[in-house]
Design a protein around this ligand. Sequence first.
Ligand SMILES: [Zn+2]
Length: 340
Amino acid sequence: MGLCYSRFEISQMKTPKPIASVSLDLDNKWSYLKTHGSPGWESFPTYLDVVVPRVLSFLEKRKLAITFFVVGQDAALEKNREALAAINRAGHEIGNHSFHHEPWLHLYSEGQIESELARAEEHIERVTEQKPVGFRGPGFSLSHATVKSLVRRGYLYDASTLPTFLGPLARVYYFMTAKLSPQEKRERKALFGHFSEGLRPIKPYRWQIADSGLIEIPVTTMPVFKLPIHVSYLLYLSLLAPALALSYFRTALALCRLTHVQPSLLLHPLDFLDSNDVQDLSFFPAMKLPSEKKLAIVNAVIGLLANEYTLVTLRQHAFEVSQIQNLAFVEPRLLEQRSS
Ligand SMILES: [Zn+2]
């Protein structure tokens, strides 16, 4: 009598792999042009019909389900309907990546945030048949008003923080390559975050706001050093020194192990595209890399992560975190929305 387990199952029970999550911010061509102050974004040029099938086939080969953060404006347009519906059919989670994809979302008033979230939810749900329970702000922008609104709207988690000290440097680089008016520069003042973002925790926590259960799953940065480890950054490193990117990621994983951080890895469409797939985005340095080379690096990175962790969606990651007794509470200490 009793249950019989195979040797394989018993070894899995002894050493179950911890979980790690993978997400992709489905930024579209127009949103990059818009942030960069380049003309032509107003007609919402799209590459979703190219990139979505490529990413889905990559994930299918690896039998992975991840989280796609979708921009409401894309869901509102008929031309993107098929690509977005396919993500749902393939069994992935759909999160909310705002409606307008404005990295100055933290300047919105509470009322503006509320309608921004609602409008995105409405179009995302209509096209993908999923009601988002997770949010990621464009350009990692987050405000007190946004957290309050997410709590009010019943979200399970936010994933908008990137605890790094390098944000201001990334912004300087962006301003150097963009042609922006003083007004546009003011709007983008907090793009990629202030230096103080580096002081935020890397491990998940609960926002201390009202009687909120809202979980924060930070985009993982290298423990101790707080340097970015998302795939676009690794691809950028690989331009400087091809061997460097993977050993840098291995170091990050070793530090995650030592500090008991369960990573949440971030992908972007441009990790799968090159300058033959999409023109006008050459201000991103890694667009010079051929897409086959990028895919090989993405594959190696995901492989290293999957060796040590069971890869899940952010919703599953947040659910597991929500079960932790004595999970840390963190005060928002976020940018306040415009008071006028
Ligand atoms: Zn984005």
